[in-house]
Design a binder for this molecule. Structure first.
Ligand code: NAD
Length: 373
């Protein structure tokens, strides 16, 4: 540390499946990181990549640390040390990390630099979600939130519902993903009635304005004393009577207790695993609730990460328009195939998405065969 002391933190990188191509998955810095959590998230990445048809496998990384308690220098040192520890497991053809909770563009830049220093030449394609100046892709920062919003649009279209100013949206978590969902849903004409951070939220039945929320959060880091609404807890936000609930914070925020009080008509899972196992069993019995599962809803992030890797590898960059067009194509096709399968087999969207992706992975594995035979 900067005071000369030494802090030891556990770090992980889990490879789940690489039948289609290099492992792909984010790196999380959070005090609750555990091997079990990282492994579960790695598996989710396998299904997500398979579902949207990317030639990538599933991985995840994590360091059990609170990045907010480190200085910038400490964060950089820890990131470089972690990169060296996983150096033999990552490469542009083997495993390509990306950001997740607690990591960002800067952390990716340090990983790219450490890897490149070890190789002796620049290897931008070793990570995605890095700054534009060193090979990052246009549109990556907005990609996940954009993908979630595309899924909501497709769901409304398929259900024959109209999305307008009467459509109310509550968003838990106003980070990379949640804030972009707010921006896009406002653009599509819906009314954002509540948003939150880990410290609590803000509610206004007449609508909250994205730019104002963003500017406020940049200054204050929380919504306490926000002048254009009333404060509410995260639990109150999750149980609001709204058309669309977007959990965009972390795992298991919709607990069984919350599930029993849920009043929304649709959940778009922007976060990974926001509905706990116990809550899911309660919600399964609610035929009026439409859930867009995480593997589908937030797949826009890994999709544009894939575009970034492709651009870095071919040393040829696309315009933002081109990236968003390709993202829209992949998200709408993926939504359509999951929706159609769920109708045909009379399954929830989650079960349909998982069955489709597991089927693809198992077909590919059987086609490749097992070595030695
Ligand atoms: P972030 O750190 O930028 O934002 C997280 C937000 O959630 C913050 O506003 C934070 O205050 C809030 N939050 C954290 N814990 C909370 C809690 N317990 N209760 C209420 N609010 C809480 O993170 P992000 O990148 O926006 O990621 C959010 C979720 O989306 C995660 O589950 C992540 O795995 C998932 N995801 C992110 C991406 C991406 O591209 N960033 C891609 C796919 C999935």
């Amino acid at each position: 540390k900067e005071d000369g002391s030494i802090q030891v933190v556990p770090g992980y990188r889990v490879h789940h499946n690489d039948v289609f191509g290099p492992y792909k998955g984010g790196i999380r810095y959070h005090p609750n990181v555990s091997l079990g959590e990282v492994a579960a998230l790695a598996m989710l990445m396998t299904w997500k990549c398979a579902l949207v048809g990317l030639p990538l496998g599933g991985a995840k990384g994590g360091v059990q640390v609170d990045p907010h308690l480190l200085t910038r220098t400490e964060l950089q040192r820890m990131t470089r040390r972690y990169t060296v520890e996983i150096l033999n497991f990552i490469s542009p053809d083997h495993d390509i990390p990306a950001p997740d909770m607690g990591t960002n563009e800067q952390v990716m830049a340090w990983i790219m630099d450490t890897y490149s220093q070890m190789k002796g030449y620049a290897v931008p394609e070793i990570v995605t979600g890095k700054p534009k100046i060193i090979g990052g892709s246009l549109g990556r920062l907005e990609a996940t939130g954009r993908g979630v919003s595309y899924c909501i649009l497709e769901a409304y279209k398929n259900l024959g519902k109209k999305l307008d100013e009467k459509t109310t949206v509550a968003i838990q978590g106003f980070g990379n993903v949640g804030s972009i969902v707010a921006k896009k849903m406002q653009k599509y004409g819906a009314t954002i009635v509540a948003v939150s951070t880990v410290e609590g939220g803000i509610y206004n039945p007449h609508g909250l304005e994205y730019e104002r929320l963003k500017t406020w959060l940049e200054k204050h880091d929380h919504f306490k004393n926000y002048p254009h609404g009333e404060s509410l807890t995260n639990e109150e936000l999750l149980t609001l009577d709204v058309d669309i609930l977007v959990p965009a914070a972390t795992e298991d925020t919709i607990t069984d207790k919350v599930a029993k009080k849920l009043r929304c008509r649709m959940i778009a899972e922007a976060a990974n695993g926001p509905i706990s196992f116990e809550a899911e069993t309660i919600l399964q019995n609610n035929p009026d609730l439409f859930i867009i599962p995480d593997v589908l809803a937030n797949a826009g992030g890994v999709t544009v990460s894939y575009f970034e890797w492709v651009q870095d590898t071919q040393k040829l960059f696309w315009t933002e328009q081109e990236i968003n067009r390709r993202l829209w194509e992949i998200m709408s096709q993926s939504f359509a195939s999951v929706y159609q399968y769920s109708k045909e087999k009379k399954l929830s969207l989650r079960m349909a998405a998982l069955m489709l992706s597991i089927e693809k992975v198992s077909k590919a594995m059987l086609t490749r065969g097992f070595f030695p035979g």
